[in-house]
Write a protein that binds this ligand. Structure first.
Ligand code: URA
Length: 472
């Protein structure tokens, strides 16, 4: 007689996890199947997934199970099984026909963090420049990015300010763009890792987002579904990070590196500071414009941290892809791609292949047309000493650059320009930050938030290095 499939009950899973016990692999797979089946029953956008007759879990049970996981964590085996079950909960991207070395970068989310817009063309340029290197497959960057989330910005929202740029490509078109341009940047399709979309929405409603285990399963299931050969993780530390302390960031980085490595993807994580917006601008179009100026060889001095971090991350990617003997040599190659204009050519190729109008890149800041602008100046002389970077992120969101609910529209023109970096000296009356919005009424609350959080001291503050640690 064939084995009868074992029946599971959501309540048993909750009770065991509540007491700090472990779930079996079969139970974890049951839980993920039930989540997707319930989602499919509710949301017929998840093509090809039928509601399961055997795996069920109510929203209340799901919330309780997530809270039990939040409280007690997961063992390495449980985390690996959860990540794999989520990864294969829908369609996956198959990079095999490309015959390339697929390498991506993922950030845990920050304010003004636009490194993806520089790294994708830099690594694509290095790959295309060396297409013929014997025996070494050329690296390409299949980037599946997200939208703004809470106080953090989203790569897709920034890219969609480029007229015509299409972030919703089918996976077959994604493959064509990768073959042609060496990199492509798209959004998650409805059928790619549906378990994460459903679980993330439930975590958002149940106060269970900030679990290093659930963040790891969420990020790594999506990245592994891209069928990556290598992955560089930028794990943010500091007041603008989802997990602000160095200890929490270390734990998250180790969990993600271990999960990636177990799945056969060469993975490295960099712990990097997020105590202030990265670069000069934060918002949507302004961030694209800042990157275009850098790619065109016109980097502003206030973009130096952005350039340094992008070259370092790209250097690690090129090293993992065997294009450079060390991460430092990779960063040098990345810098060469930036300074000789190859990265800008790769950027134009990517944007055109995804339908974007590259005419907008001529003098890009001329296309920034906010209806309302206000500048906050320093009340007295001193040094810009600290800020709550999460509060700065929320101010940017309230200017209209982010959203309060999934699906809300975002403003292309909203955002801020920082006139100083932490530690810089300043005089009374000197501009600190300029706010941009579509409507003057949207400026007041963000202005108060920024005035409250930007601190000026009489002595220079202690500075952290931009790159705190590397976790291999
Ligand atoms: N980004 C994700 O994709 N998932 C999380 O859980 C947190 C940040």
């Amino acid at each position: 007689m064939p084995d009868q499939p074992q029946r599971h009950h959501a309540l048993d899973l909750i009770l065991r996890k509540r007491e700090g016990g472990e779930l079996s692999d079969a139970e974890i797979r049951y839980f993920v199947t039930a989540v997707v089946a319930n989602g499919a029953a509710r949301d017929n956008h998840i093509a090809g997934l039928a509601a399961s007759e055997t795996a069920t879990i109510t929203d209340a049970q799901l919330g309780a199970l997530l809270m039990a996981i939040y409280q007690h964590g997961l063992s390495p085996r449980e985390l690996a099984t959860l990540t794999t079950a989520m990864r294969f909960s829908g369609e996956t991207f198959d990079a095999a026909p490309l015959q390339t070395f697929t390498v991506d970068k993922h950030s845990t989310g920050g304010v003004g963090d636009k490194t993806s817009l520089l790294i994708a063309p830099i690594v694509a340029a290095a790959g295309l420049a060396h297409r013929t290197t014997a025996g070494v497959p050329c690296p390409c960057v299949p980037m599946i990015s997200g939208r703004s989330l809470g106080h953090t910005g989203g790569t897709l929202d920034k890219l969609e300010t480029i007229p015509g740029f299409n972030t919703q490509l089918s996976l077959s078109r994604f493959t064509e763009v990768l073959r042609h341009a060496g990199a492509a940047l798209i959004g998650q399709t409805p059928s790619l890792v549906p378990a994460d979309r459903l679980l993330y929405a439930m975590r958002d409603h149940t106060g269970t987002v900030e679990s290093p285990f659930l963040i790891t399963a969420s990020i790594m299931s999506k990245k592994l579904a891209e069928s990556l050969n290598a992955l560089v993780l930028d794990v943010k530390v500091g007041s603008g990070a989802f997990l602000p302390s160095l200890d929490q960031a270390r734990q998250l980085a180790s969990l993600m590196v271990e999960t990636g490595t177990r799945a056969g993807t060469r993975t490295v994580a960099l712990l990097t500071r997020m105590d202030e917006p990265l670069g000069r601008f934060a918002g949507n179009w302004v961030e694209v414009a800042e990157c275009v100026e850098i790619l065109q060889g016109n980097a502003h001095p206030l973009s130096r941290d952005l350039v340094e971090l992008s070259l370092t991350l790209a250097g690690h990617m090129l090293h993992l892809a065997s294009r450079a003997e060390s991460p430092a040599a990779g960063a040098e190659l990345a810098n060469q791609m930036l300074t000789d204009g190859s990265a800008y050519q790769a950027w134009l190729r990517i944007i055109q292949a995804q339908g974007g109008d590259t005419g907008i890149f001529t003098d890009p800041l001329r296309h920034h047309r906010p209806s309302a602008t206000r500048t906050i100046t320093a009340p007295h002389a001193g040094f810009l000493s600290s800020m709550d970077c999460r509060q700065v992120g929320w101010a940017i969101q309230r200017l209209g650059a982010g959203r309060t609910r999934p699906g809300d529209p975002v403003s292309a023109n909203a955002g801020i320009e920082m006139h100083l970096k932490l530690g810089d000296p300043l005089q009374a009356g000197q501009p600190l930050v300029t706010l941009f919005a579509e409507d003057p009424g949207l400026l007041n609350e963000p202005e108060s938030m920024l005035r409250e959080t930007l601190q000026i001291s009489a002595v220079p503050p202690l500075r952290h290095p931009l790159i705190e640690e590397i976790v291999r």
